[in-house]
Design a protein around this ligand. Structure first.
Ligand SMILES: Nc1ncnc2c1ncn2[C@@H]1O[C@H](COP(=O)(O)OP(=O)(O)O)[C@@H](O)[C@H]1O
Ligand SMILES: [Mg+2]
Length: 160
């Protein structure tokens, strides 16, 4: 499936992007890896905030890009991990940053700057690419890599 975009959507405000994340979060039933890419300010964290809401992470948890941690865990309808690899300079292996166990388990994992890990090592995952197409518009492009991800994306396309 490579770089091809299976599903493209444009949002016109930060609220839209959060809402998109929330809708997808509501659909998630089990293990999934969301590999988020895009420049600083393109909306990845905003999307993850919506995702957390859809996964019923309690409101008193504020999801932000952590300064000193690469991985944060949140409670919710399903265990949820938010990973931000912004501070990594070179592509790394999972083992080096403790991602391995998380990816292997039955968790929802959203990874910002996912292009900073070697993606060929990822299990079944959905790529979500964010592009700034204007001051307040973002093009969000999703593609699936693996059976579960293809099914999830089909469901998203049909039901969002
Ligand atoms: N359509 C949009 N979707 C998401 N963020 C937007 C949008 N329009 C403007 N913004 C702004 O862009 C910034 C996105 O920041 P953030 O979600 O932290 O991005 P990233 O995690 O990719 O660096 C915020 O300041 C937000 O208010
Ligand atoms: Mg961010």
């Amino acid at each position: 499936m490579g770089n091809c975009c299976n599903y493209k959507i444009t949002t016109y405000s930060v609220k839209d992007t959060k809402k998109l994340g929330e809708k997808i979060g509501k659909r998630l039933k089990g293990k999934i890896v969301l590999a988020l890419t895009g420049d600083l300010g393109s909306g990845k964290t905003s999307f993850v905030q919506g995702l957390a809401r859809g996964l019923e992470v309690p409101n008193d948890y504020y999801i932000t890009s952590p300064s000193y941690t690469l991985i944060n865990e949140y409670p919710g309808r399903h265990p949820f991990f938010h990973v931000d690899l912004y501070r990594l300079e070179d592509p790394v292996d999972f083992e080096d940053i403790g991602l391995y166990d998380i990816l292997d388990d039955n968790y929802v994992v959203a990874i910002e700057w996912a292009d900073r890990i070697r993606q060929e090592l990822l299990p079944d995952y959905v790529t979500i690419k964010f592009e700034m197409s204007g001051d307040t518009s973002r093009e969000i492009c999703m593609s699936a890599h693996g059976v579960n991800s293809v099914n999830l994306l089909k469901e998203i396309k049909n039901r969002l």
